[in-house]
Design a binder for this molecule. Structure first.
Ligand SMILES: Cc1cc2nc3c(=O)[nH]c(=O)nc-3n(C[C@H](O)[C@H](O)[C@H](O)COP(=O)(O)OP(=O)(O)OC[C@H]3O[C@@H](n4cnc5c(N)ncnc54)[C@H](O)[C@@H]3O)c2cc1C
Length: 395
């Protein structure tokens, strides 16, 4: 039987307050690091109807919803005060879909329900001091020892590291093949001996950002997420999910916030100035275009198309809108905008948007090479075994 809007509304209204359209949204958890509100919602949603991850199977906290039903639920949820799910985003948006696509039955049983109900948080341990845009250069090693792997290395820029129970971690299992081919994906228990998480403080006040040191960390082979040497292909899938969630319709960067920013500026009198009003209208125009484009590409993808530049293009658009909007909010506060207030956290989060999830330059490269078919960048290390590459610190 098809789900109706009234059913969804009634079920969700029993769990959440209506959304105040003018309420300030937190930005990717910035400045709040609040875990409890999200956990309460996820746990209630998983127990009562699978509203948070509707397309997941019921036994894992979803409701086996069709894409149409999932869209209906997402639309209704926009009218309710859904807590900021940033702390849970790696599990919900990246690890969950990957496990559903290719996890073993035991991995699905072990992890999916705990992701859906918010009881276990995941982080993404990809970047390293010498592996960011050139991620395939990563040096963390995994050496097999019977039914286990021994991981040794350092990760950096690990968001959510401070409160994560699991880390989705790329490590090199074969240095004797070209760099993209010798990488494997593991799930690392962040409480295991040898895992040391050190905080890195961000200028917007975030406390969860970290660097993670792995010293002889033992990981059971059962917690290997990809095939041996299949870590790069899995990482590409993860990035596609990440770009979709950062650049999708509804503004993954600012979930549900919609156009509340504009109402707030108007109410505060910030749009009385014609130049600021002009800036605000340009941003609004860009926001509507980004939203419509995301919806068109999602519809195309559902009809079997490849979604065009939906991923990298969507991320670039949302990042540009976010930065223009937070710049405007800061300017509207005058000198005070540099010191304190709601615009402060948003404004100081802005620059990171062009870096996290792949930099703007890398998104442009992807559009150029994979979508427009332009000549690729020269790659001098193509085909060279990782062990033979000249790397920083080595001769
Ligand atoms: C707030 C925040 C959160 C993050 N969270 C995580 C996380 O949870 N997990 C994780 O693994 N990583 C995370 N990262 C890391 C992020 O993915 C990397 O910072 C990013 O990929 C860039 O890598 P890098 O910092 O090493 O910079 P580099 O790769 O050294 O780049 C430096 C500059 O050179 C440019 N550049 C590099 N290569 C090219 C090229 N081929 N063409 C053109 N320009 C190029 C870049 O665009 C950039 O401007 C996070 C980063 C930030 C800022």
């Amino acid at each position: 039987m098809t789900l109706t809007e009234d059913e969804v509304r009634a079920a969700v209204a029993a769990l959440l307050e209506p959304r105040d359209p003018d309420a300030p949204a937190t930005v990717l958890g910035a400045g709040s690091d609040d875990l409890e509100a999200g956990r309460r919602w996820l746990s209630a949603a998983a127990a009562s109807g699978g509203w948070a991850v509707p397309t997941w199977p019921r036994r894992f906290g979803g409701r086996d919803a069709t894409p149409d039903e999932a869209r209906l639920i997402a639309r209704v949820l926009r009218d309710f005060a859904v807590p900021d799910l940033y702390p849970y985003a790696v599990g919900l948006s990246l690890v969950g879909p990957i496990l559903l696509e290719s996890g073993t039955p035991a991995q699905q049983e072990r992890w999916l329900r705990a992701i859906a109900d918010g009881s276990e948080i995941w982080c993404q341990m990809f970047s390293e001091p010498d592996a960011g845009s050139d991620l395939a250069n990563l040096a963390t090693r995994a050496v097999r020892d019977g039914d286990e792997w021994i991981l040794e290395g350092q990760k950096v820029w690990t968001s959510r590291g401070l409160y994560s129970r699991w880390g989705m971690c790329l490590a090199r299992t074969d240095p004797d093949v070209p760099k993209h081919r010798g990488i494997t994906m593991f799930a690392v228990d962040m409480t295991a001996p040898g895992v040391e998480v050190r905080p890195l403080h961000q200028m917007n006040g975030d406390e969860h950002f970290t660097e993670v040191f792995l010293s002889e960390v033992r990981v059971p082979d059962a917690d290997r997420l990809s095939d041996l040497g299949g870590g790069w292909a899995m990482a590409m899938e993860v990035f596609a999910h990440e770009r979709a969630s950062l650049g999708g319709s509804g503004g993954g960067l600012d979930p549900g916030a919609g156009e509340g920013w504009l109402h707030r500026l108007a109410r505060e009198g910030a749009l009385a100035d014609p130049v600021r009003r002009d800036r605000a209208m340009r941003i609004l125009g860009q926001q509507r275009i980004a939203d419509w484009t995301a919806r068109r590409l999602a519809a195309e993808a559902e009809r079997g198309g490849d979604g065009g530049s939906g991923g990298p293009g969507g991320k670039l658009r949302q990042v540009a809108i976010f930065k223009a909007r937070t710049d405007l909010a800061k300017d509207a506060q005058g000198p005070a905008g540099m010191l304190t207030g709601e615009g402060h956290v948003e404004f100081l989060t802005g620059p990171s948007m062009s870096i996290r999830g792949g930099t703007d330059e890398i998104q442009h490269n992807i559009i150029g090479e994979r979508i427009l078919g332009l000549p690729p960048e020269p790659r001098v290390d193509k085909g060279v075994p990782y062990a033979e590459l000249r790397r920083q610190g080595l001769t």
